[in-house]
Design a protein around this ligand. Structure first.
Ligand code: FPP
Length: 226
């Protein structure tokens, strides 16, 4: 069964460069691809799509690029609202959202509220997200919880993650050909199957998602057993 796919959307810059375009144009093309892949995921019966949009490490990029990405996220959420309502997509953002510019926080909160009752697909956007940061934030939340359990188990720890009790992704896709996890979903990816596509994110569409899912279905998942 394939309920949850996580994607590291890499290669916007290289895609643009190869076409003599600016990195910003690459990010714009990458943004348009989100709707394409979300729609394909729904058709494949996937219920949760988690996309790595901005990591806690991405602040190291030149400020013009960071600002462009922030503007894009806020613009995209408004522009896509109609399409999300039509397709039953619920937007949810995960990460250190409180550290984002007010404009971004406000627009994503608005869209989260407006789409809260949609149930075809949860579109989880990881924003100012880091896997280690999430684990530290969970531990701090436990320390501050007056009703915290006496002992931490894998089951009760999940309640303190950014999206409590989210089922783990069965499949992680990384576009752009690199073989790294890049601090994404460190807790949740323990047993995920990894699929790396040589395609850059702006060229990863319906056919590419289907191919990844077909390959996933041929994998033999043993979870440490035989
Ligand atoms: C990787 O390309 C991609 C990102 C840093 C962020 C992904 C962002 C988007 C697809 C657009 C904004 C997101 C939303 C939710 C609207 P890269 O710049 O690392 O490419 P490169 O490895 O070729 O340089």
């Amino acid at each position: 069964m394939l309920q949850h796919i996580a994607i590291i959307m890499d290669g916007n810059g290289r895609w643009a460069q190869a076409r003599g375009m600016s990195r910003s144009q690459g990010h714009e093309a990458g943004t348009r691809q989100i709707a394409v892949v979300a729609k394909a995921a729904i058709e494949l019966g996937v219920k949760i799509l988690t996309l790595y949009a901005f990591s806690t490490e991405n602040w190291k990029r030149p400020s013009a690029e960071v600002n462009f990405l922030m503007g894009l996220i806020s613009k995209y959420s408004y522009e896509q609202l109609g399409e999300m309502q039509k397709n039953g997509i619920r937007l949810n953002c995960m990460g250190r959202i409180e550290q984002l510019p007010a404009l971004v926080r406000k627009s994503v909160h608005k869209i989260e509220e407006a789409t809260a009752n949609n149930s075809q697909l949860i579109l989880n956007i990881a924003l100012n997200y880091g896997g280690r940061a999430e684990i530290c934030d969970a531990v701090n939340a436990i320390l501050q919880d007056p009703d915290r359990p006496e002992q931490i188990t894998e089951t009760n720890f999940r309640k303190y993650l950014y999206v409590p009790n989210l089922p783990d992704p069965e499949l992680l896709i990384r576009t752009g050909g690199e073989l790294r996890i890049s601090n994404f979903l460190l807790w949740q990816l323990s047993y995920s199957e990894i699929y790396v596509s040589e395609k850059y994110w702006p060229e990863f569409g319906d056919a590419e998602l289907r191919q990844a899912v077909t390959e996933f279905q041929q994998r033999n998942r043993r979870y440490g057993g035989l």
